[in-house]
Design a protein around this ligand. Structure first.
Ligand SMILES: N[C@@H](CCC(=O)N[C@@H](CS)C(=O)NCC(=O)O)C(=O)O
Length: 342
């Protein structure tokens, strides 16, 4: 009898220790746990993705994806420190270990994935390169920007996309390259460039922050695929798995209709095996990532599912007001698709 009770207590203690702080979960996750805080690289400031609000608190989709990751690890959205990084410094900061992960409007390309010592995880936002001009410039098509001065951002895919396009139509243009978005936006509004070339979602964010947004138009053409993914360092499979399946879990929650408000009830009442697995009624998903079985449930309760996060920062009630388009779920004609969490 005595032995029985002791054994049970030992088993429960071992179980709790395994779920809460497993010994070895890969270098980055161990370091994050030891530090008690995630360090997340984000944009220096663009509406929709990462912009401080009037109280100086970072707001945006990339910011919420960072906070959600802190919830997956610590069940606490405040255990994250944000580092605003320009396009030309973001990958160096990640490579040097200054940040643990980068959620920062970063396009996934082959050369970035194979030459920087870094990896990108999962597409969480589909975008494309566009151009913004003064509405009264009378320009309908980008090819009309013959000899125009075009604002661009250093270290972005947008520099190459712009050069490739104008070379392909044999039309000259003059690039004016800046380190940060706000500098390019100021130059555009001051007339120091005729157009601004970058990802269309960011043009919408920049336009929404301008003095007179209606004086500016984002031309309809798109010149590239700019699929954003989180970036992390190579050589840490556990961290890669965590970032990858965390991103899919946020998407899967929307696919399954699990929201911030119904997650608790879904966990108690759902008979759908996939929903029960996602919400930790059965522990296998958390175990495989060395996380609390309730990791995904905690994330949705704290941050919402993909659609809720998107609407919070790009929805009709926001100043950016960017229709989901390709960022709609695949079940509704978009490209957002979670690999099966089972
Ligand atoms: N998706 C592009 C970058 C898009 C991007 O973030 N462009 C601008 C924003 S318009 C930028 O980097 N701004 C620099 C900054 O303000 O930090 C890439 O991965 O290279």
């Amino acid at each position: 009898m005595f032995w029985g009770r002791g054994l049970a207590a030992a088993a429960i203690a071992a179980c709790a220790a395994f779920f809460t702080a497993p010994a070895v979960a890969g270098p980055t996750l161990d370091a994050v746990r030891a530090r008690g805080q995630l360090v997340c690289g984000i944009h220096t400031g663009v509406a929709g993705f990462a912009l401080p609000d009037s109280r100086g608190t970072w707001q945006g989709m990339d910011v919420d994806l960072c906070r959600g990751l802190a919830v997956a690890i610590f069940n606490d959205a405040s255990k994250v420190r944000f580092v605003g990084l320009s396009s030309s410094t973001r990958f160096t900061a990640l490579g040097s270990g200054e940040i643990d992960v980068l959620f920062r409007t970063s396009t996934q390309t082959m050369l970035r994935d194979t030459t920087l010592g870094l990896r990108h995880a999962v597409t969480y936002f589909y975008d494309g390169h566009g151009f913004m001009v003064r509405a009264n410039l009378g320009v309908q098509k980008v090819a009309e920007l013959n000899g125009a001065t075009i604002c661009l951002i250093q270290g972005t895919t947008n520099e190459q996309v712009t050069a490739d396009y104008f070379r392909s139509i044999n039309v000259p243009f003059r690039p004016v390259v800046f380190e940060r978005t706000d500098q390019a936006s100021e130059a555009l509004q001051a007339g120091r460039c005729d157009a601004f070339g970058t990802d269309a979602s960011q043009l919408a964010g920049v336009r929404s922050s301008m003095t007179n947004p209606n004086e500016w138009t984002i031309l309809p053409e798109r010149f590239s695929k700019e699929p954003y993914g989180a970036y992390l360092r190579r050589g840490d499979d556990e961290w890669f798995d965590l970032i990858r399946w965390y991103t899919y879990a946020v998407i899967e929650a929307e696919e399954q209709g699990v929201t911030r408000t119904n997650a608790e009830e879904m966990r108690r009442t759902s008979v759908n095996p996939n929903t029960r697995r996602l919400l930790g009624v059965t522990p296998e998903l958390g175990q495989s990532l060395k996380l609390d079985p309730l990791w995904a449930y905690n994330v949705v309760r704290a941050m919402g599912n993909y659609g809720e996060i998107y609407d919070r920062h790009f929805g009709p009630q926001t100043r950016v007001n960017l229709p989901r388009g390709p960022n709609e779920l695949w079940t509704r004609g978009g490209l957002i698709y979670a690999l099966p969490l089972r």
